[in-house]
Design a protein around this ligand. Structure first.
Ligand code: TXA
Ligand code: MG
Length: 310
């Protein structure tokens, strides 16, 4: 069943049902060693799924759940064997979308759900995106898509590794390091630069549309567009993604003009999907200002989309 969350749509199944979880992997064409996030109702569920929860992780859960934060913790024996991709850890998140909150409460068990897109593609932020991506792969008699409207955040949750003495951000999201630090107090956060990348879904080639994505700075914009045109790309095949105060270069297709970093995040995947629909071959993107939260996460996703084409 596809479920709406405040970040992106998920493709959900009973996390304790190995057959149902296997279908998620099959429908998405996702490699079996990529673990899934288990969605729960809140901090009360921590002790069902995990062991040796550090005090700081409990504080994070209490501060940010329900919300766009995923915690990676040591897995309780026998729990989540079919969702962990062979890891001794498990990723947990309590989403805040009212429809999915109600579903989780009524169901009373954890729901494993990756983003409801095909493996490697851009995450879906509307029920239509899910239906388009997974067309022909869902069983109309078995698989529902719960339409909860467009996702208000629009990019995937912040993932924090809580298996060590310090919290480590594994994937940036709209919960930035500043609000995390405010809750962690004197406890430092490991610098992402020092981390050993072990979030399989954070392969740089992920989150990519078909078009090539070029991330550029303001001063480089005119050069980037004229270089593309010099290689024979028609302006109508060039998409432009930038904060609202940037003017659209002449003849180029404006895909999005967000006023804030949060609005940029909310609209990013819709805009990249639109680029594919319009058969855009090059998306030129100017990231939002700022280094925190949504701004950092948008830079991260644009960077991944850009390196996919390299
Ligand atoms: O916002 C979100 O997080 C969305 C919504 C549906 O909740 N979900 C999502 O799931 O983005 P997915 O599967 O597309 O990305 C989850 C990421 C993957 O990169 C996966 O490898 C990582 O979380 N992950 C899951 N379990 C993990 C674990 N035990 N240790 C490290 N990384 C893990
Ligand atoms: Mg995903």
């Amino acid at each position: 069943m596809a479920i709406p969350t405040e970040t992106v749509y998920g493709l959900g199944a009973d996390a304790g049902n190995a057959g149902a979880v296997a279908r998620i992997y099959a429908v998405k064409s996702r490699p079996a060693d990529h673990p899934l996030i288990v969605h729960v109702t809140g901090a009360v569920d921590l002790d069902t799924w995990t062991v040796a929860v550090p005090a700081y992780a409990r504080r994070l859960a209490e501060a940010f759940w329900p919300g766009p934060l995923t915690l990676v913790l040591p897995r309780a024996p026998g729990m989540g064997d079919c969702v962990a991709g062979g890891q001794p850890t498990i990723a947990l998140r309590a989403p805040s979308h009212p429809m999915t909150v109600m579903l989780l409460r009524r169901f009373g068990r954890g729901v494993a759900a990756p983003s409801a897109n095909l493996f490697g593609h851009v995450s879906p932020t509307s029920a239509t995106h899910v239906a388009t991506d997974l067309a022909g792969r869902l069983d109309p008699d078995l698989d529902l898509i719960l339409d909860g409207g467009p996702c208000p955040i629009g990019i995937e949750s912040t993932i924090v590794d809580c298996t060590g003495p310090l919290a480590r951000v594994l994937r940036p999201g709209s919960v930035g390091t500043k609000p995390l630090r405010d809750v962690l107090g004197s406890l430092a956060i490991d610098s992402p630069r020092d981390r050993v990348v072990r979030v399989p879904g954070s392969l740089r080639s992920h989150y990519a549309p078909r078009a090539r994505v070029l991330v550029t700075s303001g001063p480089e914009l005119a050069n980037a567009v004229s270089r593309a045109r010099a290689t024979g790309v028609a302006p109508s095949r060039i998409g432009f993604l930038a904060p609202s105060d940037w003017q659209t270069p002449q003849g180029v297709v404006r895909l999005s003009a967000p006023r804030t970093a949060a609005a940029y995040a909310r609209d990013l995947y819709r805009a990249l999907r639109e680029a594919d629909l319009l058969e855009i071959s090059l998306v030129v993107a100017i990231p939002p200002d700022g280094k925190e939260g949504a701004a950092e996460a948008v830079r991260d996703r644009l960077g991944r989309a850009a390196s996919a084409a390299e």
